[in-house]
Design a protein around this ligand. Structure first.
Ligand code: GDP
Length: 423
């Protein structure tokens, strides 16, 4: 069975926490896109972990974890991430971590290019995490990327590096303050941070195909949400990869396999990091209260997140783009103290009410049409069954389920592994 765990909204829906929970019956966990631009937070008996590159299954001893070819990997970051986990007692070996030979390596020059471009844009910046993600994906599609598998072929790697740097230094020279990168310097960098992963690099497509043939369970773990997908999200304020579940088999290296079930992770309210249209956004004291209650600060960057009420228009679109079969509604407990809960049930554009997620400029113009549902004003964190939830909380979940036309199977009422209601 192949299951995809994906984000329905703008990211930070609590995917890490749900993957940690749902990985229980899985054999292999695969990350299929993105790089160290996002952070998945997992809290379990060993402590609190923020994973940027590694699949969340790394925190469970009996799982194999795969970093797919759709990913971009900053090996210096991966080295630090693995070191930190090992210090906390997590075992990471080629037996439980496999890295695709096709994954692109994100270099220091990609990081620099990302920063220089954001600085150049000034007020018009995208709100990049400045970790080189857009430049390395651009390099990939320009066919200039160096891939993890190249580390296994030093002569070929040296030749490619020379070609790539020749071109990259030329591109960078257009920016004021850019430095040039030498072949020796980058070879040394790869030597220091990349070589240690050589035993982990393989054709993960072969591996996963064999695993599927044995009838084992594979879980695809997405980074970010549907509204950040490069093709279907709020372009250009998107990530630079495909976050949708349809891309999972491709990014994982198994276009020959099909996803059997997609679980969409959806937050009980809206949050968004960085720039771009965010129709449900709340401001002032109401926003501060929700941000503080939810601890809404970026796991990767610490940036305060923009917050708002649940957005029916965007979430229904997200469910459709993700082909979600069922949903996990997270952070319901964050709404515990609210008297009235704002929900955006439509957008107002040029005086008209719109319920289909709009494109481009229309989205930028959209104003929220807000309705208020009753709050429950008591703690839900101890609830473990749907019946134990207060009536207003049940009504809230039912309302959302109907509005997005997808069943809510899980309701998360806390960050810990067992703080969950399964329907
Ligand atoms: P991800 O990138 O989608 O994994 O999301 P993040 O890790 O950025 O954000 C989720 C945050 O909310 C983490 O700090 C989680 O521990 C926490 N979290 C997840 N689900 C819940 C929940 O139901 N209630 C509460 N209070 N916290 C949660």
């Amino acid at each position: 069975m192949l299951t995809a765990i994906v984000g329905i909204n703008w990211g930070d829906e609590g995917k890490g926490r749900m993957v940690d929970l749902l990985s229980d019956g899985q054999d292999v966990i695969v990350r299929y896109q993105g790089g160290n631009n996002a952070g998945h937070t997992v809290i379990n008996h060993k402590g609190k972990f923020v994973l940027n590159l590694l699949p969340s299954g790394i925190l469970r001893e009996d799982k194999v974890n795969v970093m797919g070819g759709g990913m971009v990997i900053d090996v210096a970051h991966l080295a630090k991430e693995t070191d930190k986990l090992r210090e906390a007692g997590v075992v990471i070996t080629p037996d439980n971590l496999k890295i695709s030979d096709r994954a692109a390596i994100c270099f220091p020059f990609n990081v620099m290019q990302d920063c220089l471009e954001e600085d150049r844009l000034g007020d018009r910046k995208f709100g990049s995490t400045r970790r080189g993600i857009a430049p390395i994906y651009a390099d990939k599609y320009m066919k200039k990327a160096i891939r993890m598998g190249d580390l296994l072929h030093p002569d070929y790697l040296a030749k490619r590096l020379e070609e790539v740097l020749d071109w990259k230094n030329m591109c960078l020279s257009a920016y004021k303050g850019a430095k040039t990168f030498g072949v020796d310097e980058m070879t040394e960098w790869l030597h220091e941070y990349g070589d240690r992963f050589r035993p982990y690099i393989c054709d993960v497509g072969n591996y996963l195909t064999a695993v599927a043939q044995e009838g084992k369970n594979i879980m695809f773990e997405a980074q970010l949400g549907a509204l950040r997908d490069i093709d279907f999200g709020i372009y250009p304020y998107t990530s630079s990869s495909n976050t949708v579940s349809a891309y999972a088999p491709i990014g994982a290296g198994v276009p020959n396999l099909r996803v059997d079930k997609t679980v969409g992770i959806m937050k009980a309210y809206s949050t968004c990091v960085g720039e771009g249209p965010f129709t449900a956004e709340m401001f002032g004291e109401e926003a501060v209260r929700l941000r503080e209650a939810g601890g809404e600060y970026g796991a990767a960057t610490g940036r305060p997140r923009r917050v708002g009420g649940f957005d029916v228009v965007a979430s229904r679109y997200g469910c459709r783009m993700q082909a979600a079969d069922e949903l996990a509604l997270t952070k319901l407990d964050i709404l515990d103290g609210m008297e009235k809960i704002p929900v955006v049930d439509a957008y107002e554009i040029d005086g008209e009410l719109v319920t289909e997620f709009p494109f481009g400029e229309k989205l930028e113009k959209a104003k929220p049409h807000v309705v208020y549902l009753d709050g429950w004003k008591c703690s839900t964190t101890a609830c473990r069954s749907f019946d134990e939830l207060p009536a207003q909380a049940r009504a809230y979940v039912d309302y959302i389920e109907k509005a997005v036309a997808t069943p809510v199977k899980y309701v998360s009422v806390g960050a810990e592994r067992d703080s969950i209601v399964i329907r």
